[in-house]
Design a protein around this ligand. Structure first.
Ligand SMILES: C[S@@+](CC[C@H](N)C(=O)[O-])C[C@H]1O[C@@H](n2cnc3c(N)ncnc32)[C@H](O)[C@@H]1O
Length: 238
């Protein structure tokens, strides 16, 4: 696909903020033809170092809460200020997705790129932990790293060059995710599908020279990429 909006985020300085396969390109594909109303208040859940939050604020005009567990909100605040986005446009929040510090029905939408697989693998997560913070009719857009077909009983050796079986347990196929989200009582499942973005988002990530990207190169250079994909999930709260 043509990443019309993401290309300008492909500078070395901005890409140094990514924590996995290019999340800006993933977000652009995830939000093609999205249904989030203009002016919405959006939670970027698992925002990492905030590049996807900047993308949501600048490219779509949303007011964004950049909610993340591992990153430093003060550092993210500095980054947002450097990008010309004040506290009226993006608010960094240290938050655990399992205990979100927001009011009920606070958000118009939740967007989650390369993080939902860390906290959303229980069938109860949506009903108990996430949907209470979303307005009725609000959307959840998720992009997760996936496996084309679950191979957890016989993991390919190429993948084990970079990841342990425990880490790979977070990477599942479309049937797995369909099974999880279809148990949700409070939201309608709009779609669960394989994304087009895969090779190019991996290529952007593997160019980075941080230790995690360098570690991931071993599996990908051995051909492990043929087992992997990205999966998009879209839900609408009833
Ligand atoms: C692979 S990084 C991706 C970050 C960012 N979306 C990106 O692609 O650059 C995964 C992110 O998930 C976040 N995360 C993991 N568990 C979380 C939890 N329980 N609550 C909130 N964020 C969580 C981490 O803090 C981390 O920033």
């Amino acid at each position: 696909m043509n990443y019309i909006r993401s290309e300008k985020y492909n500078t070395p300085e901005l890409q140094s903020k990514i924590m996995g396969p290019n999340p800006v390109k993933l977000e652009e594909e995830l939000l093609l033809c999205h249904a989030i109303p203009e002016g919405s208040v959006v939670c970027d859940l698992g925002s990492g170092q905030g590049l996807t939050s900047v993308f949501l604020a600048k490219e779509y005009g949303f007011t964004v809460y950049a909610a993340d567990l591992w990153s430093d909100p003060a550092e993210n605040r500095r980054f947002f200020d450097e990008m010309g986005l004040g506290s009226d446009r993006i608010i960094p929040v240290k938050a655990d997705a399992a205990a979100l510090p927001f009011g009920r029905e606070f958000f118009d939408a939740v967007v989650c790129v390369d993080s939902y697989n860390y906290f959303g693998r229980s069938a109860d997560y949506l009903d108990d932990k996430l949907l209470p913070f979303l307005k009725s009719g609000g959307y959840v857009y998720i992009a997760v790293p996936g496996m084309k077909k679950d191979l957890h009983d016989d993991l390919p050796p190429e993948l084990l060059l970079s990841w342990s079986p425990e880490q790979l347990d977070y990477i599942r196929d479309i049937d797995y995710w369909t099974g999880i989200v279809s148990q949700c009582r409070g939201a309608e499942v709009i779609s669960v599908k394989e994304m087009e973005s895969n090779e190019e988002v991996w290529a952007d990530w593997l160019k980075q020279d941080n230790e995690y990207a360098v570690g991931d190169r071993k599996a990908m250079e051995a051909g492990g990429g043929k087992y992997l994909n990205f999966i998009s999930i879209v839900l609408r709260k009833k």
